[in-house]
Unconditional design. Structure first.
Length: 202
């Protein structure tokens, strides 16, 4: 009697622990951005020349994303990092000393949130107008509110209050006042927030 032995291949599955970072929800064709700043926000002390560590690395990454730093992300607070901080402080109307204290840290956090919402706003390239709903409208509402134009509840619904806030923004920026948010209004939002051009997907 002949015995036949069959070998079944073994598949090994490796589970990678999750990393606690914030990602920007965008369209499927547009990769999410991940820019953690938890250590930067959690540090209860001023960051200045000579400092080292994760908080400094996150500061450098954020400054680079906002267009104020082009040096290495090496977690070392050197002269180039201090220059980047001074550039950011000057652009945001803060006291310019190259030191990250509570006010500079808070402004960095606000700009990071604005940049993420700006990315969401441009993710699918849709023109936004009254009647549209979704995350892109929620991002628009967030940015309008940040600039002082009351869009009503930040609920993702482009209603009459959001339409009114959009037109008020367009009027203030000398744009065509039609309540429609296309590429021109997006660029004006970015400029008003000091973000530079908001990147889309392509």
């Amino acid at each position: 009697m002949t015995t036949t032995t069959t070998t079944v291949p073994v598949t090994t599955t490796t589970t990678i622990p999750a990393t606690t970072t914030t990602t920007v929800p965008v369209a499927a064709s547009c990769p999410a951005i991940s820019l953690p700043i938890d250590a930067l926000l959690a540090s209860g002390y001023n960051l200045h020349t000579g400092a080292r560590g994760t908080a400094v690395g996150q500061l450098q990454s954020l400054l680079a994303a906002l267009g104020h730093y082009d040096g290495p992300i090496d977690a070392v607070y050197g002269q180039r990092t201090a220059a980047g901080v001074r550039s950011f402080q000057d652009a945001r109307g803060l006291f310019v000393d190259g030191v990250v204290g509570s006010r500079t840290r808070g402004e960095l956090a606000a700009l990071r949130a604005a940049a993420e919402q700006g990315r969401t706003l441009t993710a699918d390239g849709r023109v936004l107008r009254a009647g549209i709903r979704g995350e892109t409208v929620r991002a628009l509402q967030y940015l309008l509110d940040l600039l002082g134009y009351d869009p009503g509840p930040i609920d993702g619904s482009f209603g009459s209050l959001t339409d009114r806030a959009t037109k008020a923004f367009q009027r203030a920026e000398a744009l065509r006042v039609d309540g429609i948010v296309g590429s021109e209004s997006r660029a004006a939002l970015a400029s008003a927030l000091g973000l530079g051009p908001i990147p889309g997907c392509g």
